[in-house]
Design a protein around this ligand. Structure first.
Ligand code: ATP
Length: 156
């Protein structure tokens, strides 16, 4: 994996622009944010965002919302992907990072998924010394948080 200085805010904007065309009736929103510099692999981090946004859109019905945000605090930054979609049952939540794991395909809009997306996402986050977790309420929606070290702190 490459580790180069990069502007995370521009990368988030980029991913947002690309995903806009994948939305089919959901509202895709970008929460306002400030410039953020981290150390990382641009292509992999973009892939990470596309996995999370793709999931958010896949499990969120037409008319609902997906919001992408970036929030800096202390020596870390959070990338937030929030949706108001179908949510995840509490007994399913601990398994979503397992390879090939998929909740009952009958519940999803797109039964064609492989169940690999989140395990790849988790691997990418770990390669950046970060953390990823999901909070979810069935029928209310899901919040995915990716927490990464800021540039001047990434080597500590
Ligand atoms: P793919 O590999 O194509 O992404 P997938 O979406 O099934 O397929 P993961 O991304 O690994 O695989 O997600 C695992 C499971 O977690 C999904 O099958 C789904 O049940 C649940 N899940 C993930 N993101 C969301 C979300 N935003 N809302 C509701 N359920 C989700």
């Amino acid at each position: 994996l490459k580790h180069c200085p990069l502007d995370l805010d521009l990368l988030v904007l980029d991913a947002f622009r690309e995903t806009r065309y994948l939305a089919h009736g959901q509202t895709l929103q970008l929460a306002p944010f400030e410039p953020v510099q981290i150390e990382g692999d641009e292509d992999r981090l973009k892939q990470l965002l596309l996995i999370l946004l793709d999931n958010a859109l896949k499990y969120t019905p037409v008319g609902d919302q997906v919001t992408l945000g970036l929030c800096r605090h202390g020596c870390e930054v959070d990338m937030l992907v929030r949706d108001t979609g179908i949510g995840i049952e509490p007994e399913v939540l601990p398994h979503v990072f397992e390879r090939f794991y998929r909740a009952d395909p009958a519940r999803s809009r797109d039964p064609g998924g492989t169940g690999l997306g989140l395990s790849i996402a988790q691997w990418i986050v770990e390669q950046h010394a970060g953390k990823i977790w999901l909070e979810s309420q069935p029928r209310q929606g899901t919040l995915v948080t990716v927490r990464l070290p800021l540039r001047d702190h990434s080597s500590h």
